[in-house]
Write a protein that binds this ligand. Structure first.
Ligand code: ARG
Length: 272
């Protein structure tokens, strides 16, 4: 979702919601600008992924996708990427997005790059909750997909987050995929931070509330938050959505609660 598209929407919303959406739009705008000049990590700055992370190994998260508008995503099917609604501009034919997959290094010559053909933004998306979207690709990508959580059974514990977004609040986009682990934060604790801005039935929070320091950040949006299920397979429980700054103490990251929308996503994907 690009800042220039926002004014029409903002004009129709309450001031409180406008503030929140503006915060997100500005954040995403910054991502797009930063994405234009990928900043390699400098020698003196230790890699802090995602904020507070480390570099992912090549092939470690083969379902991870980088989207050209400056967001992340995951392969839901070989030719469908699951991302955030706020990363796209609505639904319909869209050949403007390039998905990059198969590499941790975005500049690798072996990167797989495929164009979009269609976008489906969550029906009824209005900037609050329901932050998911599907992108149909022009051809399948021969990499493993990431299964989504169909029930709430795994909405607890420690989660993995990964992305090419900023490694610190206000920082540049990353050339190499970064990863980190963050613990589940219950709705009541998350509401202490965000009040009515949180939609508890549609969003799941994660982070180290007391100390901060580890989080997703601008440019990670749309990427998956995942964990292992009882069979040891990765399962997607969240989609990077929003937060107050990045990795601030008292402000966990907010993720789309995938289990809430699993049936909607499956239905939408089968019709895409
Ligand atoms: N909205 C941001 C994006 O477009 C994601 C922010 C996530 N923030 C956080 N503190 N976890 O990339």
């Amino acid at each position: 979702m690009h800042a220039p598209k926002k004014p029409g929407l903002l004009a129709r919303l309450s001031p409180r919601r406008t503030t929140r959406i503006l915060r997100r739009a500005l954040a995403t705008g910054a991502v797009v600008l930063a994405a234009a000049s990928l900043q390699p990590l400098t020698a003196h700055a230790a890699p802090q992924p995602v904020v507070g992370g480390t570099r992912a190994a090549q092939g470690e998260f083969p379902f991870m996708v980088r989207l050209s508008m400056g967001c992340g995503g995951a392969l839901y099917a070989k030719d469908i990427v699951l991302t955030a609604a706020h990363c796209v501009d609505g639904s319909g034919t869209d050949t403007s997005i390039t998905a990059t997959a198969g590499v941790v290094d975005l500049r690798s010559s072996s990167a797989i790059k495929v164009r979009s053909t269609k976008v489906l933004q969550a029906p009824g998306y209005d900037g609050k909750g329901r932050d998911w979207a599907l992108i149909k690709l022009a051809r399948p990508i021969d990499r493993p997909t990431l299964e989504i959580a169909a029930t709430t059974a795994y909405n607890h514990g420690d989660f993995t987050i990964a992305g090419w977004g900023a490694a610190r609040e206000g920082g540049g986009q990353q050339r190499y995929l970064l990863k980190a682990t963050v613990p589940f934060v219950d709705d009541a604790t998350c509401e202490d931070a965000y009040g009515d801005d949180l939609v508890p039935g549609e969003e799941i929070c994660a982070g180290f509330v007391e100390r901060g320091g580890v989080d997703t950040c601008q440019g990670d949006s749309g990427g998956p938050m995942f964990r292992k299920d009882d069979t040891g397979a990765y399962l997607q429980v969240g989609i990077v959505s929003w937060g107050e700054g990045c990795a601030r103490a008292g402000y966990p990251g907010v993720y789309t609660e995938v289990s809430t929308f699993a049936a909607d996503i499956a239905r939408a994907a089968s019709g895409l």
